[in-house]
Design a protein around this ligand. Structure first.
Ligand SMILES: NC(=O)c1ccc[n+]([C@@H]2O[C@H](COP(=O)([O-])OP(=O)(O)OC[C@H]3O[C@@H](n4cnc5c(N)ncnc54)[C@H](OP(=O)(O)O)[C@@H]3O)[C@@H](O)[C@H]2O)c1
Length: 253
């Protein structure tokens, strides 16, 4: 087996690439930017290439570089909604292609990573990928051509952003309507989140938690009743997420 200088190279140092690199043990993995003078050399010297560019850039990269890679190298695409079939159409050699998704792309904590491949991975390839991923998260190989599992994971990766967005507006409302300071509003949200998490972990459902803390005809209930339109907005948001996923799937078929 060839000895590679780098076990992994993250190609594309944007939002995801930077977050991923910060989790790896120093030295094992490098970050590759398109402006790097030794760009091509870094690619050829790395066993596993983690493509963290926008979808169109990943496909263009495969068109240009896949023919120069050895069959001992592994290409892992993190592009949302890029199926293995699409990735192969842009790879003109037998390089091993893997499609991965982080569960919490932007989280700084250890990330769950789900990945799938076109053919069963060889034992050395599987060992290399697991060895690399276990530094940053809990890696789960879901088997061959499980694009639908990775698509589902892509939706899950959006949860954190959506919930943070909701809370940002909630925080803003606390400040504007109830006169909280920013730190009071943040503190109150943190306390509530901790209490909700404790209750969820002890097996309570969200609707039970909401009812348990809202007395009938009381102050919490007044705002919950008024905010019932939120569920309509949630439906619209989830439909928009589905539409976007379908649009990307069709665009990069
Ligand atoms: N952000 C997330 O949390 C997240 C989570 C899961 C999956 N993803 C997926 O990850 C991919 C990247 O998302 P992102 O949010 O990180 O995008 P981003 O912030 O726009 O980063 C993309 C980076 O790729 C670079 N790039 C483009 N072509 C390149 C090339 N040929 N060689 C080297 N670098 C190149 C870009 O450089 P320039 O600035 O020079 O163009 C940019 O720094 C997307 O396909 C997305 O679906 C993202």
């Amino acid at each position: 087996m060839t000895k590679y200088i780098h076990e992994g190279a993250i190609v594309g140092m944007g939002s995801l690439g930077t977050a991923l690199l910060s989790r790896f043990d120093k030295g094992d993995v490098i970050g590759v930017r398109r402006t790097d003078e030794d760009y091509f050399q870094q690619i050829l010297e790395s066993r596993i290439l983690l493509l963290c560019m926008k979808q169109g850039d990943i496909l263009a990269w495969l068109d240009t570089h896949s023919g120069n890679l050895s069959d001992e190298q592994i290409v892992i695409s993190f592009g949302a909604a890029l199926s293995l079939k699409t990735l192969r159409k842009h790879s003109n050699n037998q390089v091993t292609l893997v499609r991965a998704m982080t569960n919490r792309g932007i989280a700084r904590s250890r990330q769950d990573i789900i990945y799938t491949s076109e053919k069963p991975l060889t034992t050395p390839h599987l060992a290399s990928i697991q060895g690399l991923f276990e530094q940053i998260g809990i890696a789960k190989y879901v088997g061959v051509s499980k694009d639908e599992v990775v698509d589902k994971e892509t939706h899950k990766a959006c949860d954190m952003g959506r919930i943070a967005f909701f809370l940002e507006h909630y925080q803003d409302a606390l400040i504007r309507f109830l006169g909280y300071s920013l730190s009071e509003a943040t503190q109150s949200i943190k306390q509530s989140l901790r209490a909700i998490l404790d209750a969820l972990e002890s097996g309570e459902d969200l609707n039970v938690i909401a009812q348990r803390v809202a007395s009938r005809g009381g102050i919490t209930e007044a705002s919950i009743t008024e905010m019932s339109g939120v569920s309509t907005l949630m439906n619209l948001g989830m439909n928009a997420a589905n539409d976007k996923m379908n649009e990307l799937n069709n665009k990069y078929k």
